[in-house]
Design a protein around this ligand. Structure first.
Ligand code: SF4
Length: 334
């Protein structure tokens, strides 16, 4: 498929600047009872920004808090504490409980499963027409659908508008999900593992489409993945998460070239390297992410860390700024 940019869909490019600003976002799930209190520490103090025209990659294993972060920002669930600012406005205060239509238009989400995120009884065109009707009054909806399908790479787009999800491949379904998000001209797209369920051969096409939308429309992406290689390929900045905590953040190339946190090094050692063959480092750190229920004090990576010290089991490390755009949360650097 040839990627093209529709001439008639308006670009939503806006001046660069922090569109989304998340501060100390925290989520606890109460799964206990009066006799046996149990709190799941799903996310603790997540703090970052996403600018227009920037891809921020959020990397970590299952259970690290990546998807919880996206669900909180999209307002599918409410945080226990913290703040979410859109263009300087704290939306959790100004729009308590339910997000406004304007917020939901500005922040769109793409889900991991392109099979489950589309309605099998609706045509592709109807999927995209619906948000146009809700958010843009349905003006020129049919033309807009064709333009959007062309933008995400369908050719001929009008033919695809009449098809049903079962008639498309996984990659094509994910392109439909992206077109549906674009239909409301969002500023930020939360892409939750958008390529992890796709064949390796078509992942690159979706990543290139994200890159193209970033460049041409100035859309900011929060790209959630467990795959450091794709984060390096597409992320301008990368944040590494472990057990609900952000442990390191830097520009993507800096992070991959000079990782400072033992967990980042572990993730990098797991990226296949044809030159190294099957030999990888840090075998001592293999293991599972710890239980998030009633977390113990100290660094959550301590049970797996090959460099663990006494202090690691007692106190959570503070953030250490290694350079202007690179920080880490580890006692080795504090
Ligand atoms: Fe390892 Fe200690 Fe650093 Fe945690 S704080 S990553 S346990 S050295």
């Amino acid at each position: 498929m040839t990627l093209q940019t529709s001439p008639t869909v308006q670009s939503t490019a806006a001046p660069a600047g922090p569109a989304l600003d998340v501060r100390k976002l925290t989520k606890r799930f109460d799964i206990g009872n009066v006799l046996k209190p149990k709190l799941v520490h799903a996310l603790t103090d997540a703090t970052f920004t996403v600018n227009r025209g920037e891809v921020v990659a959020l990397v970590g294993e299952s259970g690290s808090g990546k998807s919880t972060t996206a669900r909180l920002i999209s307002r599918l669930i409410e945080p226990t504490s913290g703040e979410i600012y859109l263009h300087g406005k704290n939306v959790l205060k100004s729009e308590p409980g339910v997000a406004s239509l304007a917020y939901r238009r500005a922040i769109q989400m793409i889900f991991q499963d392109p099979y489950g995120s589309l309605n099998p009884a609706m045509t592709i065109g109807a999927h995209i027409e619906r948000p146009i009707g809700i958010h843009r009054g349905g003006r020129n909806a049919k033309e807009a659908v064709v333009d959007l399908l062309a933008t995400v790479g369908f050719n001929p787009p009008a033919e695809f508008a009449a098809k049903y999800p079962y008639q498309l491949s996984g990659g094509q379904r994910q392109r439909v999900a992206i077109a549906r998000a674009l239909a409301v001209e969002p500023e930020i797209i939360l892409a939750d593992e958008p390529v992890s369920m796709l064949d390796v051969s078509i992942r690159m096409g979706i990543l290139n489409l994200i890159e193209q939308l970033k460049e041409e429309r100035g859309i900011g992406f929060l790209y959630i993945t467990h795959d450091l290689a794709s984060a390096r390929y597409i992320g301008d900045r990368t944040i590494v998460m472990y057990a609900g905590h952000q442990v390191e953040c830097a520009e993507s190339t800096e992070l991959m070239d000079r990782p400072a946190h033992p967990y980042t090094k572990l993730l990098l050692s797991a990226v296949p390297n044809p030159e190294a063959g099957l030999v990888t480092g840090d075998d001592e750190a293999r293991g599972e992410i710890p239980s998030l229920i009633n977390q113990a004090p100290g660094c959550p990576f301590a049970p797996r860390c090959p460099h663990v010290m006494d202090v690691c089991r007692k106190a959570m490390p503070a953030v250490t700024q290694l350079s202007q755009d690179h920080w880490v949360r580890c006692h080795l650097h504090s």
